[in-house]
Ligand binder design. Structure first.
Ligand code: HEC
Ligand code: HEC
Length: 424
């Protein structure tokens, strides 16, 4: 089975750099003695800039725009310390190229930025047609939050609050930006709304309540386990002969149900990549039904999907669960990661995210006989099954500036075995 699709652009919003004065950045790149005088705040700002831009790709392309691990390539990184960052640059294959591209000073700046991120609770919402998805969030009293607004519209949208005491924020079209806000100690409700959307009467409500979960700062110790994809349990259910049409219809519903699709919260590939809803690949029909009935932010979907449509979504989820998700990012013809190992016989869903400002054409045996074109800052996906024997396959970009770079898919018994729909 082979299909390709183009994922809606809004899911790939990228944070703006408005907070970073260019002058500062220039000082750092030059690495002058002036650097020593940098305050913590300046270190954080410089770190944010390095995080987004280093080696053209930025840590963000693999670790998520807010270091929340939402791209499915690198893990959650908020609150991770300098030692771990150095160890990662020195030992992780996908990050090897950074050794030559990052200065010691920049590592310290990223560490300052990561520490700052770790102290902030990340809260995300998607603004779509004047609505907020989700439209309510709960925050524990006294928590410092980073409120990220993803703007799904192609036009800039402005957001303001009458009671939060924050300056209005304009988010460029199809990008994201954020407020940092200290929630007060007393329990009360705050609201934020869009000031120039077509529909203006909708609001995001931020409820300060002791029944909210407390923010756990990873800087204070252990790893933020909750942010990781659930561990796969090895109970494999017998394969269901998938009805291709049900899968296709399910995929359509996944992208469009209730106008926003499950994708708006669970990520374009159900990998939990938006940071609102969790990893969902391979989840069963009964889990889907229970979630629609019980999860407060999903309640708007109740009654919107017929019994048959829920079954279709479940078929699509089953298909997703049967395919290992493999992601790569391309910038200027280079692939990150540039090498992927697969166990023989593994069915994969390969996602190629094009970070360039131009569309590009990709080809290679894995993509079938016809090359695929992926739009600027968009992603394309294709399904493929690795052969039963060892070998390697390459994918290249035919019209990128650096044409020689390739993605190599190595089929080897050394790679870990994939467990389809494991225990979900
Ligand atoms: C091309 C993709 C890619 C880029 C770019 C990248 N990383 Fe990574 N990073 C990864 C992957 C993949 C892992 C996880 C590897 C593993 O678990 O085996 C990782 C792991 C890490 C870890 C270890 C996390 C832990 O909990 O142990 C840290 C820290 C880290 N990266 C920091 C960074 C920083 C800082 C940058 C930018 C300077 C960066 N990474 C850029 C892909 C990337
Ligand atoms: C507005 C955001 C949003 C949308 C849209 C949404 N979900 Fe969810 N979903 C969530 C959140 C948040 C959770 C986690 C709730 C929790 O853990 O308490 C969740 C949980 C789930 C779970 C349960 C996961 C588990 O661990 O048991 C399933 C299954 C699920 N969603 C499926 C779907 C499907 C299918 C759709 C589309 C028809 C959808 N969701 C649309 C936000 C959303």
């Amino acid at each position: 089975m082979n299909f390709q699709d183009q994922i809606p652009n809004f899911l790939h919003g990228v944070a703006r750099l408005t907070a970073v004065p260019m002058v500062l950045a220039a000082v750092w790149l030059a690495n002058t003695p002036l650097a020593a005088a940098q305050t913590t705040e300046e270190m954080i700002k410089a770190g944010e800039k390095v995080f987004r831009t280093v080696a053209e790709i930025g840590c963000a392309s693999c670790h998520g725009d807010y270091a929340e691990g939402d791209k499915g390539i690198g893990p959650y990184n908020r609150g991770v310390g300098e030692e771990k960052i150095r160890a990662a640059i020195n030992s992780i294959e996908a990050m090897e190229f950074l050794k030559e591209e990052i200065h010691d000073r920049e590592i310290k700046q990223i560490a300052a930025y990561y520490y700052w991120l770790g102290e902030l609770q990340l809260v995300k919402t998607l603004a779509k047609r004047g609505r907020f998805i989700p439209d309510s969030v709960q925050v524990y009293p006294g928590t410092k939050i980073q409120l990220v607004i993803n703007n799904s519209s192609p036009f800039p949208r402005s957001f303001a609050s009458g009671n939060m005491g924050i300056k209005p924020l304009t988010v460029p079209g199809r990008e994201s930006s954020y407020f940092v806000w200290d929630a007060p100690q007393e329990e009360r409700v705050f609201t934020l709304s869009c000031t120039n959307c077509r529909i203006k009467d909708q609001a995001l409500s931020i409820e300060i309540t002791k029944s909210a979960r407390k923010h756990f700062s990873p800087s204070a110790g252990k790893v933020a386990a909750a942010a990781k994809a659930p561990a796969k349990v090895a109970a494999v259910r017998p394969p269901v002969i998938a009805d291709r049409q049900a899968i296709e219809l399910g995929r359509e519903l996944f992208l469009t149900a209730g106008e926003v699709g499950c994708a708006a919260c669970h990520g374009p590939y159900a990998e939990g990549d938006v940071g609102i809803g969790p990893y969902n690949r391979g989840f069963s029909e009964s889990k889907i039904r229970r979630a629609i009935a019980k999860v407060p932010v999903m309640r708007f979907l109740a009654g919107k999907l017929s019994d048959k449509q829920i079954k279709q979504v479940a078929s699509y989820y089953h298909w997703l669960g049967g395919h290992k998700l493999v992601k790569t990012v391309t910038v200027g013809g280079r692939f990150f990661p540039a090498r992927i190992e697969l166990h023989p016989g593994t069915p994969i869903q390969l996602v190629i995210a094009n970070r360039d400002r131009k569309s590009h054409e990709f080809k290679g045996p894995v993509l079938g006989t016809v090359p695929i074109r992926i739009g600027a800052r968009d992603a394309g996906t294709v399904a493929w099954v690795a052969p039963a024997t060892e070998g390697h396959f390459t994918i290249g970009c035919s019209d990128c500036s650096g044409k020689s770079a390739k993605l190599t898919i190595e089929v080897t018994k050394k790679a870990g075995k994939f467990v389809p729909n494991g225990g979900n």
